[in-house]
Write a protein that binds this ligand. Structure first.
Ligand code: MSP
Length: 506
């Protein structure tokens, strides 16, 4: 089973294109694995406890629960707008999660990994994280540039220090545990310095999950949030499903929360005697004007602003095709318009338009079956389709850019094929009727295969193209290894319809 997770987002505002980025990548990955016949469980959700949310609620004159109930609807709306196909949405205020937090923390406690001690340290509420003096930049949080608070309380501590060596051993034995490699090296460097124990509870806060052995304290929000991944797999309420679903196939995260996922979380799991996830995959940031796009520096862009211009699939295509998974990536409207016009309006849009036009103009939409595609021009298309099918593996490994490049080589080959075979000339010559059928059939077959291959990235467009081609069922219905292979287009009635992607003005 492919159990794939996104981070659970802080419901302090509507999701922006940075938080949507991980979520769209996760959705395309999930759709790909479903397409190749794997059982998939894709999870997203919201991280609803902690000081940051308690303060956000207070500033809006609501209780924390009222606040999160209000904000979470914006997440559902945004994810629906982006056509995301998650199997589950977990909220950390749900009973299934609170029970699991208590169960897991109790096991860590029973294993002798907790102790009570006085904590004094520097805390950034926006990160919900501690910093040492030396990590601060001009006395401010290195991520947010905001002042940190001094926290001093009697807290429960987790013996994180015990786990530095076991984690190093695990990473050495499982080179793909953290990807990409640069991030793995970063974590290894951090572990090699040794780990300090860490405070895992709060005495001064009530908005959280009380520790089962000391109800006067609630779990520190990260010790609550990370556990969502096992809660949603049924750790406390569905052991049979948990046995099938866990360990997770991959946790997708942004680089800013890598340490929590690649150090704290596996240490917590080791302590509780739960197997570790297969992989932590960390991506970079979307930058606007060279800086991490965020609400706090007023560079925030909301998905709905882009969807209004590019449509949902124009949106999805951009982030899956233009952003490499791993490094930071600058976002620009100009770049997005250019890519839209070149790839969607021209390459794919024109191919569909021209091919369906030919079918309507010269064959009244009735596509004749042909015997095979053995002519040399068609063989080029067959090879391009095979290459595209191979490139599809990229979707399963967070390399959607490569996958889509492969698919676009097929569209490029199909456009070149139309130029070379010039069906509009063939149509004028009654003696070339059979050749015209051959050419038309091959071009339609390129579109049929293309519709299947774009479906993880652009499910709506794939379905629309499919119905224009007059095909029964849905493009993502069959096993990719068979349906994605270039064959003979079945006799059908095609309908030209509206252009898929009308060109945008720059
Ligand atoms: N609640 C925690 C995660 C807990 S997971 C057990 C959290 N939430 S968050 O809402 O602040 O951020 C969630 C994710 O959004 C992070 O992976 C972060 O990297 C990502 N992004 C936030 N801004 C981003 C960009 N500008 N670009 C890309 N991703 C960014 O952290």
């Amino acid at each position: 089973m492919i159990y794939l997770t996104t981070p659970i987002y802080y419901p302090n505002d509507r999701p922006h294109i940075g938080t949507a980025y991980t979520t769209v990548v996760a959705d395309a990955t999930a759709r790909y694995w479903r397409l190749v016949g794997e059982e998939v469980y894709a999870l997203t959700g919201t991280d609803e406890h902690g000081l940051k949310i308690a303060l956000a609620a207070e500033s809006h004159g609501m209780t924390p629960q009222e606040w999160v109930d209000h904000i979470v609807t914006g997440f559902h709306e945004a994810w629906d707008l982006l056509d995301l196909s998650f199997d589950d949405f977990i909220r950390t205020t749900e009973a299934r999660h609170r029970d699991t937090v208590r169960d897991v923390l109790q096991r860590m406690h029973d294993n002798g990994d907790t102790y009570l001690s006085r904590y004094e340290g520097l805390y950034c509420v926006s990160c919900e994280a501690y910093y040492t003096e030396s990590e601060l930049i001009d006395g401010n949080c290195p991520q947010h540039g905001k002042p940190v608070q001094i926290h001093a309380e009697e807290n429960w501590f987790f013996r994180l220090s015990r786990y530095a060596q076991p984690l190093l051993d695990h990473i050495a034995a499982n080179p793909d545990f953290i990807i990409p490699e640069t991030r793995r090296n970063e974590v290894v460097g951090f572990l090699e310095q040794g780990l300090d124990d860490i405070s895992m509870s709060r005495a001064s806060l009530t908005w959280g999950v009380p520790l089962p052995w000391d109800e006067s304290q609630v779990a520190y929000v990260w010790f609550d949030a990370l556990i969502n991944y096992v809660s949603a797999a049924g750790y406390s309420d569905d052991p049979a499903r948990f046995a099938r679903q866990w360990p997770a196939w991959a946790h997708l995260v942004g680089k800013d929360i890598l340490r929590f996922h690649a150090v704290y979380w596996p240490a917590m799991l080791m302590s509780a005697g739960i197997p570790l996830p297969r992989q932590i995959a960390a991506h970079g940031w979307l930058l606007v004007g060279g800086e991490k796009m965020s609400k706090s520096n007023a560079t925030q862009i909301l998905p709905e602003e882009l969807v209004a211009v590019f449509g949902v699939d124009g949106y999805r295509y951009h982030f899956l095709r233009d952003v490499s998974f791993g490094p930071d990536s600058g976002f620009s409207w100009e770049g997005m318009v250019e890519r839209f016009n070149a790839d969607l309006a021209n390459d794919l849009g024109n191919l569909a338009n021209r091919t369906l036009n030919i079918a309507e103009s010269y064959r009244q939409g009735q596509v004749p079956a042909v015997a095979d595609h053995s002519a040399p021009e068609e063989q080029v298309l067959v090879a391009a389709a095979a290459g595209a099918l191979e490139a599809m593996a990229g979707f399963g490994e967070f390399r959607s850019k490569n996958a889509l490049e492969g698919v676009w080589r097929l569209f490029g080959a199909a456009n070149a094929f139309l130029e070379a075979t010039a069906p509009w000339h063939l149509a004028k010559d009654p003696a070339a009727a059979t050749r015209l059928d051959q050419v038309l059939n091959a071009a339609l077959e390129a579109l049929r295969v293309g519709a299947i291959l774009i479906s993880p990235a652009m499910p709506g467009t794939a379905a629309r193209l499919w119905s224009m081609l007059g095909l029964p069922g849905a493009p993502d219905e069959g096993p990719l290894a068979e349906t994605g292979v270039f064959g003979v287009f079945p006799a059908s009635t095609v309908i030209k319809g509206e252009p898929l992607f009308p060109r945008l003005e720059t």
